[in-house]
Design a protein around this ligand. Structure first.
Ligand SMILES: O=C(O)CCC(=O)C(=O)O
Length: 274
């Protein structure tokens, strides 16, 4: 069943800079993705799964290719689709981890803003568990950021907007297990710590059209998930079929080395891996 966006949904996304809730899979399918992830977590280093976890966990790669996600993404960025990054945002129950107000695209060094993130909930994302918060209409501007490298901040540089956000303007993006939101890379977003009794796990999948290009001609890694890549602007990686494979780990390392030179551009410290 095709699940492309209606004209009304597209108009809402363009107006607000985000759209939710959409259904990626059933609750029990989402639980199976979580189970697969948590098995791999027991074998990998703590931070090893944060970036490009689709290179390391076949089930997460399968999640990123679900038609229920790719159809809406195609409605926004066209039929030839790459994954530029796939980040795990897991906040354990009762921890202080949070995400400061930021815009994604400020740091990614992409030549165009044709990009959309699908954030898929593998557990309930609620106000209590620290769901994402978006400011409607904020995607029409680019704002300066400053680095904080704050301990509990989950972002690479602990970056935050230099303008104050009125919390009253923000919308809570509550999602049930198996649902997802879409957001534009310039939409102001943040999230509070998890005060619930379970983990809050989201998989943030960054989709771009194949014609996108990294500034400065840097060839970072990407995965083709729909259509064709006639441009060859990125090194394509075909995710392996086994968890934590040698190829997957090597590709993740290559991706981090190349993207760190972009993600940390202008920063005084390279304290964390991307
Ligand atoms: O998971 C979160 O709370 C924040 C995620 C985020 O910043 C993003 O997907 O860009």
């Amino acid at each position: 069943m095709a699940t492309h966006l209606t004209d009304g949904q597209r108009a809402t996304y363009e107006e607000q800079g985000y759209l939710f809730p959409l259904q990626a899979c059933t609750r029990s399918e989402a639980q199976a993705y979580r189970d697969a992830l948590e098995v791999v977590e027991t074998k990998a280093e703590k931070t090893a799964l944060k970036a490009n976890c689709n290179f390391l966990i076949p089930e997460i790669d399968a999640l990123t290719r679900l038609p229920a996600i790719l159809d809406p993404v195609e409605s926004l960025i066209g039929p030839d689709i790459l994954i530029w990054g796939c980040s795990l945002f897991a906040k354990n129950a009762g921890t202080e981890s949070y995400v400061s107000w930021h815009q994604d695209l400020n740091y990614w060094g992409l030549e165009s803003d044709a990009q959309v993130t699908a954030w898929v909930a593998l557990t309930p994302a609620t106000v209590e568990s620290g769901c994402m918060r978006f400011v409607p209409g904020s995607h029409r501007q680019i704002v300066e950021h400053r680095d904080t490298f704050a301990d509990e901040n989950m972002l690479t540089r602990g970056q935050e907007l230099t303008v104050d956000v009125d919390e009253a303007d923000a919308v809570n993006i509550e999602l049930s297990t198996g649902e997802f939101s879409l957001h534009h890379g310039r939409t102001f977003h943040a999230s509070h710590p998890n005060r619930s009794t379970d983990r809050r796990i989201g998989v943030a999948i960054r989709y771009i059209p194949t014609k996108s290009r990294q500034e400065g001609g840097i060839r970072t890694l990407a995965t083709l998930v729909r259509g064709q890549d006639c441009y060859n602007h990125f090194e394509l990686f075909d995710p392996p079929t086994t968890a934590l494979s040698v190829e997957g780990i090597a590709a993740q390392r290559r991706a981090s080395e190349r993207s760190n030179s972009i993600l940390y551009r202008g920063a005084e410290s390279h304290a964390r891996t991307a």
